[in-house]
Design a protein. Structure first.
Length: 236
């Protein structure tokens, strides 16, 4: 039985695997969102570090704004990023679904600006945003890098038609009906789930946009999944 989606609600899906050092900062960035209502869905993909304890500690005794909530699902075995992400999508109740990687964090106005964009543009099904990559140097200072690979407007479709990628996965916010109609990322995809999901959306006639506002902060560190994938492919 399919339950109706809750009007105005944003389901923020956070998947985590062994990101204990970063998960609390990630969750704090969702709790500080100016947009409400939201539901936070945390899927831990059977982490082997202290992630579960950190998440449970963060949740313990926490109060939420009206109509906001959090759900924590620790998986009994590791199912991989695509499986964990789809699990979160299936649990979502919101009219909108947002993605948040567990080692990154979002600008407080991220959900507000992305939802307003979809409301103002009913023909758009999915929207990403600009972002800033950051890392902490040996002295503890933050260093920021602006991306050069994002595209906007009509250039998005052109880019994907050429087999290129131009939207940051962690910035995605889309209508829940998009997932209901086509499902989530393919389980067999290893390391390019973000590209595959967007390409599948376009193949299903979805309309996609990207905001130029910097609404997301992408952490650079040695244990990133994307870094592992591109090193196997001989890329960046």
């Amino acid at each position: 039985m399919r339950y109706p989606r809750v009007s105005g609600l944003v389901s923020v899906v956070v998947t985590n695997y062994n990101k204990a050092d970063y998960i609390e900062e990630c969750l704090n960035s969702i709790a500080k969102q100016t947009y409400k209502p939201w539901e936070l869905i945390i899927i831990d993909d059977h982490s082997t570090d202290h992630s579960r304890e950190r998440i449970e500690r963060w949740l313990k005794g926490r109060s939420y704004p009206p109509a906001c909530s959090a759900l924590f699902i620790p998986l009994p075995r590791n199912v991989g990023f695509s499986g964990a992400l789809s699990h979160g999508y299936f649990m979502s109740r919101g009219e909108y679904i947002a993605v948040q990687d567990s080692d990154d964090w979002s600008h407080p106005d991220r959900l507000h600006k992305q939802v307003e964009h979809l409301k103002a543009n009913p023909h758009i099904d999915l929207v990403g945003s600009n972002y800033t990559a950051f890392k902490v140097d040996a002295e503890g200072n933050l260093q920021y890098t602006e991306p050069k690979w994002l595209k906007y407007g009509e250039h998005i479709m052109t880019s994907y038609n050429k087999g290129r990628h131009c939207i940051c996965h962690g910035t995605l916010l889309f209508r829940g009906q998009l997932f209901d109609s086509m499902g989530g990322p393919t389980r067999k995809t290893d390391g390019a789930e973000d590209y595959e999901f967007i390409a599948k959306s376009l193949a299903n006639q979805a309309k996609i946009d990207n905001l130029r506002d910097v609404l997301y902060y992408y952490r650079l560190h040695p244990d990133q999944r994307s870094r592992e994938f591109y090193s196997r492919k001989g890329g960046k």
